[in-house]
Design a protein around this ligand. Structure first.
Ligand code: ASP
Ligand code: MG
Length: 411
């Protein structure tokens, strides 16, 4: 029998009524002839509440204990879900991550999945049961409970889909799909029918917080089509899938805004071998994640080096720069905290010209100054003043007609 994985996020299992609703999706899939594996998140804001509870007792809780605590949210959801299915006359059994040997590394609070033993799940499915698995959690080789990082249930679902050989992986959530842009800012954003893994990865890491980026990486690696759809409304959502030729016809699939960033520029660093390595070695040691690195030679003797970081890493980054400044003979460290990044994303960029021109033109017309520009094969990003960022996003969305479905845009 074909297997389907259905993942329900926190809002979709928030209370008894929501759980009952969610079970209807499961029952329908059973009636359609599928073996169903359900992955559930903690109910509502439960994980946030558990974090608060922890911080009340200890401002810096041991990470192992944090995982031990946070994993309990999902354990409640899955057992309740199984009980609800039982009440409707369906045989169901719930498992924690450890019960299905969801093995991870030992990096507490952001562990990575190493392997899953699908055997126990298959045995239950073969007996005609619906299997409900706790998202977000696993165990390491020493049997310590681990978690995959906030939002990690998506990753559990896609990883399970790969390991049980599922035909589909559905992510039921409180939005009805992936939009061309953030509808809270660009009111006329439209839902995408499909998006490629690479585009979705760019969107997810650039602040479109719909899905856990690791889930998309798994999807890409094992070619699992992910269907992001609404748990309250019965309609098609967005398929995250491998690239199809049709996608190349669309120049830009989406636009994002990323806030809470800072830009650090090291001005007049000695232009000699090894200096960039020194700077980034210090940042790595301070565990600062760095994006959009730009280095330019300004004379045979000197170079400028700049990069973006998350604002939460700023204190650590400043400290690292203070340590390295003299060593690389930097004339000045310049920090901008009032910055945001607006990006356009689309695999079609590879085969279309004029994308950069259109983006910069839209920003010029909106009188938004561009601080710096970075690109990848499928993305152009502009750093702009934070207080102009929303205006910038709107201008860019309009220029690329992101208020229209791809097939209705003018060339
Ligand atoms: N419950 C976890 C969180 O709130 C995992 C998830 O929902 O995906 O982050
Ligand atoms: Mg989520």
């Amino acid at each position: 029998m074909a297997i389907i994985v259905q993942k329900f996020g926190g809002t979709s299992v928030a209370d008894a009524e929501k759980i009952r609703q969610a079970t209807k999706r499961v029952i329908r899939a059973v009636k359609d002839g599928f073996s169903v594996v359900v992955v559930a998140s903690a109910r509502g804001k439960q994980t946030d509440q558990l974090v608060k509870d922890a911080l009340e007792l200890n401002p810096n809780p041991p990470k192992r204990e944090m995982d031990q605590l946070l994993s309990t949210g999902e354990q409640q959801s899955v057992s309740l879900f199984a009980m609800a299915l039982d009440a409707s006359g369906y045989d169901a059994i719930s498992f924690t991550g450890s019960q299905i040997r969801m093995m991870t590394d030992s990096v507490h609070t952001k562990a990575r999945i190493v392997s899953v033993d699908a055997g126990r799940i298959h045995r239950q499915l073969d007996q005609g049961k619906i299997v409900i698995v706790a998202g977000f959690q696993g165990i390491d080789e020493h049997d310590n409970i681990t978690t995959l990082g906030r939002g990690g249930s998506d990753t559990t679902a896609v990883a399970l889909a790969a390991s049980v050989g599922a035909e589909q992986c559905e992510i039921y959530t409180d939005v009805d799909g992936i939009y061309t842009s953030d509808p809270r800012i660009f009111k006329n954003a439209v839902k995408l029918n499909q998006i490629s893994y690479d585009e979705m990865l760019e969107m997810a890491s650039l602040g479109a917080g719909v899905m856990h980026p690791r889930a998309i990486e798994f999807g890409k690696k094992y070619d699992i089509t992910i269907h992001v759809r609404s748990s309250s409304e019965d309609k098609e959502g967005t398929l995250i899938t491998h690239e199809v030729p049709q996608m190349e016809g669309v120049v830009v699939s989406g636009a994002t805004i990323q806030r809470d960033m800072a830009k650090i520029s090291l001005v007049g660093v000695d232009n000699i071998p090894g200096n960039a390595a020194k700077v980034f070695a210090h940042l790595a040691k301070a565990k600062v994640v760095v994006n959009d690195i730009v280095q330019t030679e300004i004379s045979p003797e000197k170079a400028n080096l700049s990069f973006m970081i998350e604002i939460s890493d700023l204190a650590a980054a400043r400290e690292a720069m203070d340590k390295i400044k003299k060593d690389v003979n930097c004339q000045n460290v310049f920090v901008r905290e009032d910055i945001a990044e607006v990006s356009v994303i689309g695999v079609g960029m590879r085969s279309h010209y004029g994308v950069a021109e259109k983006m910069f033109g839209a920003l010029a017309e909106a009188k938004v100054n561009i601080d710096s520009i970075t690109t990848s094969e499928i993305r152009i990003s502009c750093a702009v003043d934070e207080d102009q960022a929303e205006k910038a996003l709107e201008a860019v969305c309009s220029a690329f007609q992101l208020d229209k479905p791809a097939d209705l845009r003018n060339a």
